[in-house]
Design a protein around this ligand. Structure first.
Ligand code: BES
Ligand code: ZN
Length: 456
């Protein structure tokens, strides 16, 4: 292992250059104009994987290509363990551009941070694993297990193609467990194993009123304003205590155990610092739960985007013809996306005034994920975390979603080890996303040590 670790420490500046190349690709999966960028990013990844000694190819799908890269397989008879390392090369839209201190696809180093869209979510994190394998392959150190990298380009839009791909190639991708670095850690001093993620149910609601935008002076007051109707409707979803009033919404929700509450308590939390960090005058959430519980173990109903009427400069006096909201509910274990959407839909229908037409378009969905933090593999991961970071790891439940982990379990029967490298202030999905370069190095070390612990 010495030569592997030495290789890692003596190549850090090149690795950072490579990460800069990786984040220059505008691989925004949500925006159709970036389709060619998705392909170029996948092609670059394949070449990079080949250069470090992996057998790699970009597999086409109906959506964006999936990069598959394998460590060279030995013909030995001993049954070696096989792990999948999953990551994604697609990124969230960078908008609003004017809030970026330096352009999102022009990587910039300030202090020990690399700023760029995708630096943390997820390019920096999956590159850390590739660099660890490079260290094994380039120093001629035998890997104790077989690895298959699966790096997809649709995670940020619900992983539509990968689910089918897993079905089709389940024999090839069969593995003992999946390893993912696409979650967070509270700080460098609190490396973490995440054992639960929230699920998600996405949909759009459109309210249609007059057949065209109307003069608000001539007609306003005599006709429903769809923006007002939508505001009234959405305002009914929560009560004064921050609880969602939609009938059956909380059906099946599994409460936190004492053990989980204790684990959560191990992570330092300062309410005022959290408030300041978020830039809000006061925190807000479902009463009876701590902010940590609210954002990781409780379901939510969020407006992600709200559009209606005139958005340009100056004023325009109209009654808009329509109003639209993009909504997602984060789900916790025990909830099913299809059922939740059904209950939400029924509620919205019931409460929608008959002065507008309502359309609901349902989007992607995924159940929450939960895995035992005490399995042998989880214990192996905790040992690797401790060695790599030099600190006792914590166990986390996190609020974000990685929809495909459910399919890894259902289709491949494989549990996922979530070993995140993102810091809370990495600005994932926000302007000025960054990745901490010390964590990048720690992540590579973690990956290198992990294979020893898991195979041992
Ligand atoms: N890396 C995140 C998921 C994440 C972040 C999990 C932090 C836990 C903590 C991932 O890239 C992501 O953003 N996923 C989307 C999935 C959605 C579009 C279906 C999400 O959670 O919004
Ligand atoms: Zn993301």
């Amino acid at each position: 292992m010495d030569s592997v670790l030495k290789y890692l420490s003596s190549n850090q500046s090149r690795f950072v250059d490579e990460l800069c190349t990786y984040v220059r690709f505008r691989s925004v999966s949500a925006q159709p104009q970036h389709r060619p960028d998705m392909q170029s990013c996948a092609d670059w990844l394949v070449k990079h994987c080949r250069d470090i000694g992996l057998q790699a190819e970009a597999r086409p799908t109906d959506g964006n290509p999936i990069v598959i890269a394998k460590t060279p397989r030995k013909k030995s008879s001993a049954k070696r363990r096989h792990f999948m390392v999953y990551g994604h090369y697609d990124v969230q839209p960078p908008e609003p551009f004017d809030l970026w201190k330096t352009p999102p696809f022009q990587p910039t180093i300030r202090g020990r941070s690399l700023f760029a869209r995708g630096a943390s979510d997820n390019k920096g994190q999956n590159l850390a694993h590739l660099k660890a394998v490079e260290a094994y392959l380039k120093t001629g150190t035998a890997l104790p297990c077989d690895l298959t990298f699966v790096i997809e380009g649709e995670e940020e839009v619900g992983s539509k193609s990968l689910a089918g791909f897993l079905q089709k190639h389940r024999a090839e991708l069969a593995c003992d467990a999946v390893v993912i670095s696409d979650t967070g850690i509270p700080s460098q001093k609190n490396p973490a194993l995440t054992y639960a993620l929230r699920g998600i149910a996405a949909f759009e609601i459109i309210l249609r009123g007059p057949s065209r935008d109307l003069h608000s002076g001539i007609f306003g007051g005599s006709v429903e304003n769809p923006a007002m109707a939508l505001s009234r409707l959405l305002a009914k979803v929560h009560d004064a205590k921050g609880r969602i009033v939609i009938p059956h919404f909380y059906d099946g929700v599994v409460p936190l155990t004492k053990y989980e509450r204790k684990q959560m308590g191990r992570v330092p939390f300062n309410r005022n610092a959290y408030r300041k960090f978020l830039g809000v005058p006061e925190l807000h959430g479902e009463r009876g739960f701590t902010p940590d519980e609210q954002r990781s173990a409780r379901p939510t109903f969020e407006i992600n985007g709200l559009t209606s009427g005139y958005q340009g400069d100056g004023s325009k006096t109209i009654v808009p013809s329509w109003a639209r909201a993009k909504i997602t509910s984060r789900l916790v274990p025990g909830q099913q996306p299809a059922k939740v959407i059904k209950h939400i839909q029924a509620f919205l229908k019931k409460n929608c005034p008959d002065t507008v037409e309502m359309e609901i378009k349902s989007g992607h969905g995924a159940e929450a994920y939960m895995v035992s933090p005490t399995s042998d593999d989880a214990q192996a991961a905790l040992r690797a975390l401790k060695k790599a970071f030099g600190h006792e790891p914590v166990l986390l439940r996190e609020g974000g979603s990685i929809p495909i982990v459910n399919q890894f379990k259902k289709i491949l029967g494989a549990d996922t080890l979530l070993l995140g490298l993102a810091l809370p202030d990495d600005n994932a999905h926000s302007p000025n996303e960054k990745f901490d370069l010390d964590i990048f190095a720690h992540g590579q070390k973690l990956s290198a040590l992990l294979w020893q612990e898991l195979a041992g």
